[in-house]
Design a protein around this ligand. Sequence first.
Ligand code: SAM
Length: 336
Amino acid sequence: MTDQDTERAPAAGGSPQSREPVEAGQGDAEADAGIEVASATEASFDPFQKNISVDNYVPRSMSFDEFRKLSRNAKKKVMKSEIWEMKKPALDKLRKEKAKAYRARRRERIMRGELDNRQKRPATQRPSNLTVIFDMGFDNKMLDHEVTSMAKQVQLSYAANRVAQYYTSLQVTHFDGRLKELLETRYCGFKSWDSKYIQFHAEDYLDLFPHEKLVYLTADSPNKLETLDPEKYYIVGGIVDKNRYPNLTLHKASEQGIAHGRLPIGDFIHMKSRKVLTVNQVYDIILAYLDCHDWKRAFVSIIPDRKLRERDAIGDSSDEDVGKDSDDNGDPKQQQ
Ligand SMILES: C[S@@+](CC[C@H](N)C(=O)[O-])C[C@H]1O[C@@H](n2cnc3c(N)ncnc32)[C@H](O)[C@@H]1O
């Protein structure tokens, strides 16, 4: 060890008998970032210090005697690999924190409308001629955080429609109350959403579309959909209710004298609980079906794995469970 080495790294582990605490090297990025390394290493040794000399390094993976017999290069190799192992947990933690902070900053910028979060639209995108209606006439049945989740589901559906191979006409009706307020105030980009992919109406769907062509989609309907008919207008109930209101939309459709139908999920896949999906999942399935004309593929590609009993078998799921890809607080990739 040179004198210089001794000055720079006076106690890189010390002798086997006495391991003195060492200070993190000046200018070391990770140390400057304030990483807690003590828990990842022996308390007396700081693997982030600079210029650790092999001459007074205390090995961890072999005895000091074994280490002493190694060539200088072999010692360096052992030392480097051990120090790397000691640093790794702290570096991993730092990386995760940085990534988390980056995602939070990005989300903020998207919310403020400063950043475009949109995926690229396929060059070959085409209209599907299908109309889907989101019926938002359930404001008084949702808790505040459920309205927040609903807003995210609308946002996700709009985003999915923009990049779909075959996009639909997407009509949001009865658009008023807390959902409207939320989208207008919290979703800065909302005002510039492209009306080609989504349109909002204060009116009810009964005032806008021919009654005889309306089909209310509801998991509780005895009628199974065979296909999607571009002549029809398919309504999805704009509600997050954690299964508090079973049959809500079935009763609504029946009272209004309009047709209703359920997705043929049970014919193609097993689900762990009831087959009630979230609004954006139903819409994603519709978009997937328009692309492949294959229900099974559409279901398997959208319904989360944890909801499936088997990849290609069948069953029954609950509202609570479906959609935990979004969350109740509003990450609707999980939700409902
Ligand atoms: C969270 S569900 C609402 C459940 C509510 N209790 C109800 O009675 O409709 C949101 C909407 O997605 C649609 N939906 C969910 N699962 C469905 C399924 N398996 N078949 C057809 N539509 C479904 C319905 O339009 C439903 O209103």
